[in-house]
Every structure is written in structure tokens, then in C-alpha cells.
Design a protein around this ligand. Structure first.
Ligand code: PLP
Length: 477
């Protein structure tokens, strides 16, 4: 048998390269005097060194690493130090959202007002009255810390908060309708963010879905025909993340409530985004508020804490006392309960709603949604000015009018006129620029549109403008 000369010599070269890979201790010694690893635990440093040496071995065997200089201290040390520095940064950290999507699910949805963050920190460091009634000295309920506020703000008789709205929907269905039927319009069998689908959540709750009407039109008589001995509940789902337009018909909550009353059935509405204030007063699209839904007589309503409410991740359940009491007693509630940090943040956010102007000014989600175009434009101008001495041959910079989006599956058709800095890099490709910004010490997330990278200033805070300018200078340098 003959081995081709080239293959044989490649194998000999690979053997030589493998022998030239530095030993773990040798590479560790390179790192220690450099100072860069001073803060790194020895164990983590060793893991990183082993990883990089294993990568070298793999690259040699795959024929990707062919030259001995690639294994030199000079080449490997920066790579080791870089990887170690990356490993020392928290995996979970702040980013600059320059996408213009206000309730951005991938970027943490809603930001907390400063007062809420402070309240959260206060109970994080110290013991708290989470389940102690300070009046009586007896065991208290964590839910009572926010239940009153929720009732005062919305007119609900009672309320409960769980981990998120998906949990709220599951818990209410399981409590009121397990083993029985729930009537829903075909046009409202929504999917939210891939994994939450009304029919699937319904199946998990043990309730049986009875679909009525057609995709585009459902009438009151459709619901009425579906009501039978096994019916437990009429469910309305707010189609928060899409719109059916054209020849459509939906039954209003009030009509559904009247029908349900005749059959002695409760009505539930999954509001999804759940706003406490009327966005149409700020020039945005009309969304039903939680107060309006309850006033229409809906018996139990569920919504998210971190969509239009602008609070922490949570699922709010509000409604008639008898129903809420039943839900509270469900053992599943214990598995879905919220933690003390969420409660602390939620309470602070709710308190802001007693003064609508204060809520709008201090709750970042509301502030960003209602910031006028002119103000976003001024912010964009400030950013542009901080970059004015960038050499024009490095990157084209231009302020452009764009549309921001609400996001989070809320107000899907509502474009928010906004202002973006459009970057047209001359030395990097658009993808390289996007990647460098994403990998910066404070990652910057924008969007590529029409062969430009857009940084939409609606979702960038005033205090982030200087930071953003510094990052852009560094990346474009
Ligand atoms: C967003 C949404 C949910 C899920 O809420 P989470 O808080 O994300 O769990 C459920 N129903 C509707 C209609 C929604 O819009």
C-alpha cells in the first residue's frame, strides 16, 4: 500500500505541530505576570487555557492550523487573555437597545423605574415583611402587599399575581374549567412568542376548547349555540399581537357578559398587554384598559406585568372575589407564585399609577412610548454631534426618520415616528459593524435596513448617549 507523498508529509507536519502546542502550565505562566488574570480565579483560568489548547489541537487535526508560529506565545497570549476577560464579564448584563422596539422581548421587555429598582434592592439586602402582617404580628400573605393597590387602581374586587401572564392564564383555566368546556372565538386562538398558544395552554389546564365562529367573524349566536351542560367559561383573548382587518366581527366584552349571565357562566378575558392608562390620549392606538374590561363586567382578567404596564415580569389576575379566592386556593398557585423581588418592583410601579402624569414620566416603557418625535430627534442630534470629528472616510453618518415599534406583541400596527442615526461604514462591512457593536463592552443592538445600520434613539436613554458615542468611536476607529 502506498500513501500519497503529500498526505504522508501532512501527517508528519501535524505530529510536529501537535508536539509544539504549549503545555497547560506553560500557558498558565504566560498569563500570570500579564496582570490580566489577577482577578481571575485559578480554576477558571485553567479551564480557559485547556479550552484554547484543545481548540489548537482540533484545528491542527482538521488542517486549519498549519504554521508553528500560530502556536507561539505572541499569538496565543492575546487570545487567552481575551477569552479570559470575556469569561470574567457576567453572561447576563446591560445592553444599549438601539432597535427602537420599546417592549423588546429579547432585550428584557420593560425597564423598571428607578424607584422600583431601589425598592427591589432594599428588600434584596435585608429581611422583609414578605409574609408577616406587621399589624397583627401573624403570618401574612405576600399577595396582600399589592392586592389593595391593584383593586384601588382598577376597580377589581380582588387580585392575585403570579410568575407571568402565561401562568396566570393556565392557573385560571385550571381552576375554573379543568375537565369542562371553554368557549373561544376561532379568531382569538393566538400564539404568542412561539411557545404560548391558547389551544395548547388550554389542553395543559385540562379544559376542553370549544371553538366558535370563523377566523374573521364570530357572532354572539355562535357563543350561545356552543353553551351546554359542560360549559365552564366563556373566554375572550385580546389579539394583542396581530390584527384581523377587512370583513370582521368580534363580540364586545359587554355583550358576552350579558349572554354569560343568562346561563350563569363566568367570562374571562386574557388581555395580554394590559394597560392601566388609555394610550389613545397620547396619540397612540386605542387598547382596552384593564379598568374598562372590568367595568364591562368581565369576571376575571389576566395580563402581563412587563408589557404595557411597564413593570417586572408577572402575571396579574384581577376580578370577582369568589373567583380570585378559588384561584388562590389552587395548589398550582404555589408552583407559579412570584418572588419577593418581583413584588417589590411591582408595588413601586403600581404606586406610580395613582398619578397618571407621574406614571408617564417615570415608567420607562410609558415614557419611551410617548416621547414626541422632536425629542428623539434632539437626542439623535446630540449623538451625531459627539461623532462629528470622526473621519468621513471611516463611516457615513446621517440622521434619518424611521418608525419605532411598541413590541412585546402590543399595538402591532402602531408605528411611532422616530429618529435614527444611519451608519454606512466604509472600512467594515455592515455585518462586521453590527457584530462589533454587539460584542462591545456594553453591547449595542441596532438593526440593518436598506444597506445601513440604524440606531433608533427612541429606546436609548439620555444618559446612554455619551456611552453610545464612545463605543461607536472605538468600533469605527
Ligand atoms: C403576552 C401574552 C401572553 C403571555 O404573557 P407572558 O407575560 O409573556 O407570559 C398571554 N396572552 C396574551 C394575549 C399575550 O399578549
Amino acid at each position: 500500500m502506498t500513501i500519497p507523498v503529500s498526505a504522508a508529509s501532512a501527517a508528519v507536519e501535524a505530529q510536529a505541530l501537535l508536539r509544539a502546542i504549549p503545555k497547560v502550565d506553560e500557558a498558565l505562566a504566560w498569563l500570570s505576570p500579564a496582570g490580566s488574570s489577577a482577578a481571575a480565579p485559578a480554576r477558571l483560568t485553567k479551564i480557559v487555557v485547556r479550552q484554547i489548547l484543545a481548540e489548537c489541537r482540533r484545528d491542527i487535526l482538521a488542517g486549519r492550523l498549519r504554521r508553528p508560529e500560530e502556536l507561539s506565545r505572541e499569538r496565543l497570549l492575546p487570545r487567552l487573555a481575551g477569552r479570559l476577560a470575556a469569561r470574567l464579564r457576567p453572561n447576563f448584563r446591560p445592553v444599549i437597545n438601539a432597535t427602537g422596539v420599546v417592549v423588546h422581548t429579547n432585550l428584557g421587555r420593560s425597564l423598571l423605574p428607578e424607584t422600583a429598582a431601589a425598592n427591589l434592592a432594599a428588600v434584596a439586602f435585608r429581611y422583609s415583611n414578605l409574609e408577616l402582617d406587621l399589624e397583627t404580628g401573624k403570618r401574612g400573605s405576600r399577595y396582600s402587599l399589592v392586592e389593595n393597590l391593584l383593586c384601588e387602581l382598577t376597580g377589581a374586587e380582588a387580585g392575585l399575581v403570579v410568575n407571568n401572564n402565561a401562568a396566570a392564564v393556565l392557573l385560571v383555566l385550571q381552576t375554573l374549567a379543568a375537565g369542562r368546556e371553554v368557549v373561544v372565538s376561532r379568531g382569538q386562538l393566538v400564539e404568542i412568542g412561539g411557545s404560548f398558544r391558547i389551544p395548547e395552554v388550554m389542553a395543559r389546564s385540562g379544559a376542553r376548547l370549544v371553538e366558535v365562529g370563523a377566523t374573521n367573524r364570530t357572532h354572539l349566536r355562535d357563543y350561545e349555540r356552543a353553551i351546554g351542560a359542560d360549559t365552564a367559561l366563556l373566554l375572550k383573548v385580546h389579539t394583542s399581537n396581530y390584527r384581523i382587518s377587512g370583513f370582521t366581527a368580534e363580540v364586545a366584552a359587554g355583550e358576552l357578559v350579558e349572554l354569560a349571565a343568562r346561563y350563569d357562566l363566568p367570562v374571562m378575558e386574557d388581555l395580554g398587554s394590559g394597560s392601566l392608562l388609555d394610550f389613545s390620549r397620547y396619540g397612540l392606538e386605542k387598547e382596552p384598559t384593564v379598568q374598562e374590561v372590568l367595568k364591562a363586567g368581565v369576571d376575571v382578567v389576566t395580563f402581563s406585568g412587563d408589557k404595557l404596564l411597564g413593570g417586572p415580569q408577572a402575571g396579574l389576575i384581577l376580578g370577582r372575589r369568589a373567583i380570585i379566592e378559588q384561584v388562590k386556593k389552587n395548589p398550582l398557585n404555589r408552583a407559579l407564585r412570584i418572588d419577593k423581588f418581583t413584588l417589590a418592583a411591582l408595588e413601586s410601579v403600581l404606586r406610580l399609577y395613582f398619578d397618571e402624569e407621574q406614571a408617564r414620566a417615570e415608567i420607562p416603557t410609558l415614557r419611551m412610548l410617548t416621547t414626541p418625535y422632536a425629542e428623539v430627534r434632539r437626542r439623535a442630534n446630540r449623538l451625531r454631534r459627539r461623532l462629528k470629528d470622526l473621519p468621513p472616510e471611516s463611516c457615513g453618518l446621517e440622521l434619518v426618520r424611521v418608525n419605532s415599534r411598541v413590541g412585546g406583541g402590543s399595538l402591532p400596527e402602531m408605528p411611532l415616528p422616530s429618529c435614527a442615526l444611519a451608519l454606512n461604514p466604509r472600512k467594515l462591512s455592515l455585518n462586521q459593524l453590527e457584530k462589533s457593536l454587539r460584542r462591545a463592552a456594553i453591547p449595542v443592538i441596532g438593526r440593518i435596513e436598506n444597506d445601513r445600520l440604524l440606531l433608533d434613539l427612541r429606546t436609548v436613554a439620555d444618559r446612554e448617549v455619551a456611552e453610545l458615542a464612545a463605543i461607536l468611536r472605538e468600533v469605527l476607529a
